[in-house]
Design a protein around this ligand. Structure first.
Ligand code: UD1
Ligand code: CA
Length: 454
């Protein structure tokens, strides 16, 4: 039997108080909906349908190019109404698993249990016990089986006291679901077509409804406001860090690191406090990330150390490099092995060869730096003439003195020496000393101007 997963994602999310549609709010750096999509794909569904409506253009454009079926719910008249929009194109012979775009922490393992344990002709809902069930639909049972789901706003005192709640996840054959959805009414406190009313209809038709309990309320939490979004963020971060610790990664404090994307680590990696990883980051064996670093879309080779307070984006390094403290690596910064980038150094779109050092207060942009080069403190490449960027090439073993301006395009030969304080705008030959400094003179008896007494 095929599986269709229908993800309800049309709601506005009024309680977010945001211009961004709820399902696009970021969790671990990615839209809520993309977490639900990951989980859906992991279940191997042959048909994934997203019901969208609020912020339609924005939602579709974020997921353009992904193999999804889209069902437009232009007016949001409730979760049952949303399902009515998705069902016509859903194959009759499939089982339908309903997920919510605002329940992003669900694990495929939990849903696999639901799929495996529910006989194909029965219905299942995923439930959970909550200390504080306020706001959720309550699961009403009779002799163990689920008999109905009552929404908070329609619940009486006894029903409100029930702590088992509906997570929103439901499993049912497409065929039966189509029939029941036709009979929904909106005669309730919110004037909405509730998907949850299908449960009482199933029971009425003598179909068994299984209430399968999830193990933790965290996994099934629905995100309605910024407070819940922040709670979910912490929960997901804890999960991601747990997985990494189990794989052998060391953290000074598992609660003080954020992973907004994919972090892949080798053996014996150590990460100190307040490190933020974004996009795709790969850390080789034995790398060490000191405190307060932002590292985005970057690959660091084995044994590399990032000292405190660096901002690194779109960079790659070989092995045993040292970066920072207080360094900035911008997209296209490529270090070979054993390179040292020191404090207050900015590297952009430049390659730096084996063993080269740029230790203090420098800017290298659009450069090709050879091996064993020493770039003195305060040296910068003047790579931009106001209209275009130009390249600087520095040959192997060159020694650039302090405070040198390299006016690009310019080439420094192998083994060349550049005198401190020079502004180099023509190529400097290999193995020679080139400098542009004026000769030092002393003006004897010269006096500083003094203020006149008035
Ligand atoms: C819903 C359930 C409730 C459950 C809770 C779990 C119903 C009637 N209630 O309540 O039993 O405990 O989720 O979190 O199903 N949506 C649409 N179109 C609509 C309305 C909603 O696509 O017309 C989508 C929303 O984008 C959201 C999901 O459905 O992703 C849930 O909607 P929401 O309004 O948050 O439902 P709850 O009131 O939380
Ligand atoms: Ca909700």
């Amino acid at each position: 039997m095929g599986l269709s997963i229908i993800i309800l994602a049309a709601g506005q999310g009024t309680r977010m108080r945001s211009d961004l549609p709820k399902v696009l709010q970021p969790l671990a750096g990615r839209p809520l909906l993309s977490h639900v999509l990951d989980c859906s794909r992991a279940l191997g569904a042959d048909d994934i349908c997203v019901v969208y409506g609020h912020g339609a253009d924005a939602v579709r454009s974020v997921f353009a190019g992904e193999p999804l079926r889209w069902a437009l719910q232009a007016e949001q008249l409730g979760t049952g109404h949303a399902m009515q929009k998705a069902m016509p194109e859903t194959p009759n012979q499939n089982r339908v698993l309903v997920l919510f775009g605002d329940v992003p922490l669900l694990m495929p393992e939990t849903l696999s249990i639901l799929l495996d344990e529910t006989p194909v002709d029965d219905v299942a809902v995923l439930t959970v016990d909550m200390d504080d069930p306020a706001g959720y639909g309550r699961v009403i049972r009779e002799r163990g089986s689920v008999s109905s789901i009552v929404e908070e706003k329609d619940a009486g005192v006894d029903e409100k006291a029930v702590c088992e709640i509906n997570t929103g996840v439901m499993l049912c054959s497409a065929n039966k679901l189509k029939g029941w959805l036709k009979d929904l009414s909106n005669d309730n406190a919110q004037g909405e077509y509730y998907l949850t009313d299908v449960i009482a209809m199933a029971v009425n038709d003598k179909v068994e409804v299984h209430g399968i309990k999830a193990s933790s309320p965290v996994e099934v939490m629905g995100i309605n406001d910024k407070k819940q979004l922040a709670e979910a963020e912490r929960a997901l971060q804890a999960r991601l860090v747990d997985e990494l610790m189990q794989a052998g990664v060391g953290f000074a404090d598992p609660a003080r690191v954020d992973i907004r994307g994919t972090l892949t680590c080798g053996k014996d990696v150590f990460i100190d406090i307040n490190a933020v990883f974004e996009g795709n980051v790969e850390l080789g064996d034995g790398t060490k990330i000191e405190s307060n670093n932002l590292i985005r879309d970057t690959r660091l080779g084995a044994g590399t150390i990032v000292h405190s307070n660096c901002h690194i984006e779109g960079a790659t390094t070989g092995n045993n490099c040292e970066i920072g403290p207080f360094a900035r690596m911008r997209p296209g910064a490529e270090l070979a092995n054993n390179v040292k980038i020191g404090n207050f150094v900015e590297i952009k779109k430049s390659t730096v060869g084996d063993g080269s050092k740029v230790n203090h207060l420098s800017y290298l942009g659009d450069s090709e730096v050879g091996t064993g080069v020493n770039v003195g403190a305060g040296t910068i490449t003047c790579n931009y003439d106001g209209a275009a960027k130009h390249k600087t090439k520095i040959g192997d073993r060159a020694f650039i003195g302090s405070n040198v301006n390299l006016v690009a395009p310019v080439e420094i030969g192998e083994g060349a020496n550049i005198g401190a304080g020079s502004t180099i705008s023509k190529s400097a030959p290999a193995n020679e000393l080139t400098l542009t400094r004026a000769k030092q003179t002393t003006i004897k008896g010269w006096k500083r101007p003094v203020k006149k007494e008035s």
